[in-house]
Design a protein around this ligand. Structure first.
Ligand code: PLP
Length: 382
């Protein structure tokens, strides 16, 4: 039988993941609920691999869609699952039957949820998203009280939670916009609860940066994504934490590995790869790697990125192709066929971070890890 090839694989450090959970738990305390955000295939780390490691230590999972719930429930996970994305009408009955808690941002949608719940004979648990300034899925202030009342009075619906999400907390050291959103949240939700005459059971607003920087955002439950994977939400968040004396020691969970697939020596004045963008200025030894932009090793790495072989940096020469990349190993002794290549992670004294690759590709660490090698096996490395 053919086993899925590990020619390109995503290394997952269980040790790092458990460390990051412990660090987050230290910040939020034992009573508050800690939800692990494992949407988008756990930010590329593998939803099932991550869920099985973290499930004893988190109170809930946060996902984006019904497919995520299916994968978790099929794997036997019984935890509460909050869907913060959109579940379409035709998927609602299934989602409610399988105990997913749904995002709700309007009365029409709540009506559909009630009908689906009645059909499956189970209450639909809803989390109202309140618009506080990100302008994505949240219910507008004017719609909030009617929506809250509708859910509270409908026998097929349960108002489980109320939440919001910050727009400008990672990208800046000026947190006035986030603080205004928090003030908006408190005011709107305060009015709603006064109107309803009861407190919504679960209030939640904090993503990783909010968890770290602002204890007042943590409320009843926190939604930790990027920090779970050992990455800082941004350099600004790191600086703000330093300034405010918050200490949290994160360890990156993901690494990306492949092997040398071919070695060749070419003369000076040879061109490498599509477009002939690189021309050798000396006799050059190349290693050909079986990874390309299909695997998330983006074309932006052409001409600027490097990989690690034998603990040394091997610069990318010419354009990254769909499935192949050429790197210069002229100055790295003793490279052999099938030697390990680290695309991201540590090898010997050297390491390449998600942030380094993000800089080469003009993006952010979130996008780097989420898009790497979605079809490659995830292998626990320690
Ligand atoms: C993705 C997401 C999070 C997690 O954000 P991080 O910055 O990765 O911690 C939290 N809440 C919502 C609604 C999200 O969509």
């Amino acid at each position: 039988m053919y086993n899925k090839s590990d020619l390109v694989y995503v290394g997952i450090s269980k040790k790092a993941l458990l460390n990051n959970i412990t660090e987050l738990r230290k910040l939020v305390g034992p009573e508050r609920k800690l939800a692990g955000v494992i949407k988008s295939n756990a930010y590329g780390h593998g939803i099932l691999e991550v869920a099985s490691i973290i499930s004893p230590y988190v109170d809930a999972f946060v996902v984006h869609c019904a497919d995520d719930v299916a994968r978790l429930r099929e794997a036997g996970h019984k935890q509460p699952i909050i869907i913060v994305g959109y579940v379409q009408k035709s998927d609602m009955e299934w989602a409610i039957e399988n105990g997913a808690e749904l995002n709700c941002s309007g009365i029409e949608y709540a009506t559909w949820a009630a009908a689906a719940a009645a059909k499956v004979g189970k209450k639909a648990a809803l989390h109202i998203k309140v618009e506080t300034g990100t302008n994505r899925l949240g219910a507008m202030p004017g719609e909030l009280i009617p929506l809250g009342r509708f859910i509270a009075e409908n026998p097929h619906l349960e108002l489980k939670g109320i939440y919001s999400h910050y727009a400008n907390i990672e990208d800046t050291t000026d947190h006035s916009y986030a603080m205004q959103q928090l003030a908006n949240y408190n005011e709107l939700v305060g009015k709603l609860e006064k109107e309803l005459g009861f407190k919504v059971p679960v209030h939640h607003t904090a993503c990783s940066a909010a968890i770290m920087l602002f204890p007042e955002t943590r409320m009843d439950l926190v939604r930790a994504g990027i920090a779970l994977y050992g990455l800082w939400p941004s350099r600004e968040t790191l600086l703000s934490c330093h300034d405010s004396g918050v200490s949290i020691r994160l360890e990156p969970v993901m690494s990306i590995h492949t092997k040398v697939a071919h070695i060749k020596e070419i003369p000076a004045d040879s061109y490498i790869s599509y477009g002939c963008t690189y021309r050798t200025s000396r006799p050059t030894k190349l290693a050909i790697l079986p990874i390309g932009y299909f695997d998330g090793f983006e074309r932006h790495n052409s001409g600027i990125g490097y990989v690690l072989i034998n603990g040394r940096r091997a610069p990318v020469r010419g354009r990254v192709a769909m499935n192949l990349t050429m790197v210069d190993i002229t100055d790295i002794p003793d490279v052999k066929l099938e030697d390990e290549v680290v695309i991201m992670g540590r090898q010997g004294e050297e390491s390449i971070s998600a942030e380094q690759i993000a800089a080469w590709c003009n993006t952010i660490n979130y996008e780097v890890v989420t898009r790497f090698a979605p079809f490659a096996p995830k292998i626990i490395v320690d």
